[in-house]
Design a protein around this ligand. Sequence first.
Ligand SMILES: [Zn+2]
Length: 65
Amino acid sequence: MFDPANLEWRCHICRRMRPDSFISVVSSDTSHDYDLPKGSVTQNVRYCNDSPSCEAAAKNPTYRL
Ligand SMILES: [Zn+2]
């Protein structure tokens, strides 16, 4: 049976594999990078929600995957 508690994701910042409950996602519009209209391109950055440094890096508007 599918159990999301067993899911693990890799943090984009520190590259560690973390359980689902410790990973959050921040979405940002990166359309400007490609000269496209707002809303064309979104990046989803995963970060450890228990690590202030991962969170700060992920939420930095200049961070790119
Ligand atoms: Zn991390």
